[in-house]
Structures are given as C-alpha cells and as structure tokens.
Design a protein around this ligand. Structure first.
Ligand SMILES: NC(=O)c1ccc[n+]([C@@H]2O[C@H](COP(=O)([O-])OP(=O)(O)OC[C@H]3O[C@@H](n4cnc5c(N)ncnc54)[C@H](OP(=O)(O)O)[C@@H]3O)[C@@H](O)[C@H]2O)c1
Length: 280
C-alpha cells in the first residue's frame, strides 16, 4: 500500500462497534490497487458523539465517510443535503463533504442492482419478492422498483410489512403465502436477518419454485446460507450478499478518491477470506 503523503485524501467508517466492518479491508484493497494517495480507517464512534464526530471529520478535511450501525438514521438527520436514494431508504450510509456541506446518500440499493447486473440478471425482466420489513428490505425493494421490476414484500410482521409496502407503493403478500407466491417470481430476495450466523435459517421451502427463479440472500456471514444451499440443491441460481456489499462501496470510493473502482474476483476473494464466523 502506498504510504500517504501530506496531500492524502482520507475517509473512514463510523460505527459502534466498528471492529467487525469489512469496509477498511475493501477500500484498502482498492487504494492499493490504484496506487492512490489516500487512507480509509475505522472510526469507532459512540452514538452520543456521532454528530460532533461527523462535523469534526468535515472540519478536519476528511473527504467523507461510510456510516454503519447504529448511526444510519442519525446521519440522515444530520446531513445538509440528502440525495433521493437516502430519502427513499430513510437512512444514509455514505457521507461526502462538499464545500463545507454534509451530503448523504444510500448506496445499498445501487449495490444490489449492480450485483444482479454483474451476474447478467436484469431486474426489470420479471417480478421480485423481497422478504423482510427492515432497512435492507426498504432499500432493495425501492431499488428494484426504480429499476423497473414489479415488487412485492412479505414480512413475518404483517403490520410492518404492510406499512412499508403501502409507503413504497408495492404489493404486500402474506407471510404464510410466500411459498405459493414463488410461482410468479423471477427473483426472491432474503432481506431478513434469518440465516445469519447465530440466527435460525429462513423458513421457506423452495421445492415448488420455478426452475428460473434467482435466489439472492443479503446475508454474507456465512457466505453460503441455508437458503442459498437449498436453492443450489434445487438447481436454482443463488447470489450471496457479498457482491452487494462490494458494489455498494463503489459510489463512496469514487466520490472520495476520484476513481470508479472495479468489483472483480480478486476483491471478492480478498474480502471473503476475512468472513470468518468469529469476525461476524
Ligand atoms: N449485503 C449487503 O451489502 C447488506 C446491506 C444491508 C443489509 N444486509 C443484511 O440484510 C439483513 C437485514 O438487515 P436490516 O438492516 O434490514 O435489518 P433489520 O432492520 O433489523 O430488519 C430485519 C428484518 O428481518 C426480519 N426477521 C428477523 N428474523 C427473521 C426470521 N427468522 N424470519 C423472518 N423474518 C425475520 C425482521 O422481522 P421483524 O420486523 O418481525 O422483527 C425484520 O423485518 C441483515 O442480515 C444485514 O446484514 C446486507
């Protein structure tokens, strides 16, 4: 990695805790690959210090920062300008300091769609069912809708899922009907936390799913969730959550360091090597 000079561009990731974040490894890989005079560092920030920390980074000449749990909503409230991606998601994961102003965006939806396309899957080609009703469901469902897909949401909490579907103008499917609904879908997305290390697997039977169904899991620890294993065993295409994680980092890197970075196998393998269960 090139040693930063006095002109280095600096960014980082604000979270609490932040030690589990893969972003320093990911951005560090790109800084090294492109020989950029810059640095990207973890910024462990307590919730009560978040606003002063962000203003301090801006005032200290940082180019910007990523924002992870638990600060994504606080970041939304703090920004001078919020881009439409963040308004739609109700949360900010990327900050860019521009002429003293704090500009926020949300790149999760971009990351998901970019990863689909990188695998040759066009989101507008068919209907999509997104499972969940949290922040990731909101970001991914909105992005699929913006990309031209007919999107439905199913969540185990019917009230929460129904509210989200109504807010985004999407169809809601009852949780107990999720398996029957697969017959009409081109893409199934797990945007719940089910299947994460330490969590129960997602309860769904894919045996009656059409052979053309693409199954995408946002979970990336483990890389092969029980859902993806089931999909592969049924002969379906299966996409893990790491691709989305890598692609969602691109807009921030471009804004801070001036290069549109590539997501390729070398990066995937480099970050995947760090996804040990103990690091989750
Ligand atoms: N790959 C990426 O780049 C990326 C980006 C963002 C998020 N993610 C992943 O996406 C997942 C969701 O994140 P989030 O921020 O949306 O979390 P969140 O806001 O906490 O929402 C979690 C959702 O999962 C549901 N859920 C939890 N356990 C379930 C189960 N056993 N069966 C059915 N539903 C269940 C919850 O239902 P209730 O409302 O009923 O509790 C809730 O709707 C996480 O695994 C996260 O790591 C990945």
């Amino acid at each position: 990695m090139p040693i930063p000079t006095g002109k280095a561009r600096v960014a980082g990731v604000l979270g609490w805790p932040v030690a589990h974040s893969r972003s320093p490894r990911l951005h560090g890989f790109w800084l090294d690959r492109f020989g950029i005079d810059g640095a990207y560092i973890p910024l462990p920030t307590r919730p009560e210090a978040f606003a002063s920390a962000v203003r301090g980074l801006r005032d200290a000449g940082f180019a910007g920062a990523n924002v992870t749990l638990p600060h994504k909503e606080a970041a939304f409230a703090l920004c001078d300008t919020v881009e439409p991606t963040a308004s739609r998601a109700g949360a900010v994961n990327t900050l860019v300091f521009r002429d003293g102003r704090i500009v926020g965006s949300n790149t999760d939806g971009f990351g998901f769609i970019a990863d689909l396309r990188a695998h040759g899957i066009e989101p507008a080609a068919g209907p999509a069912l997104v499972l969940g009703s949290g922040g990731a469901t909101r970001a991914v469902a909105a992005a699929l809708q913006d990309a031209g897909a007919a999107v439905s949401i199913a969540g185990r909490n019917a009230a929460r899922a129904g509210e989200l579907a109504a807010e985004l103008g999407l169809a809601a499917i009852r949780w107990e009907d999720r398996e029957d609904a697969l017959a009409d879908q081109a893409i199934l997305v797990n945007a719940t936390t089910a299947g994460m290390i330490g969590q129960a697997p997602l309860a769904i039977d894919l045996s009656r799913a059409p052979g053309t169904l693409v199954v995408a899991d946002l979970v990336y620890v483990p890389l092969e969730t029980p859902l993806l294993r089931q999909a592969r065993q049924a002969g379906l295409r299966a996409l893990d959550g790491l691709g989305m994680l890598l692609h969602q980092a691109r807009p921030g890197f471009r804004a801070w360091f001036g290069v549109d970075p590539v997501v390729d196998e070398a990066l995937y393998n480099f970050v995947a090597a760090d996804l040990l269960p103990s690091a989750s």
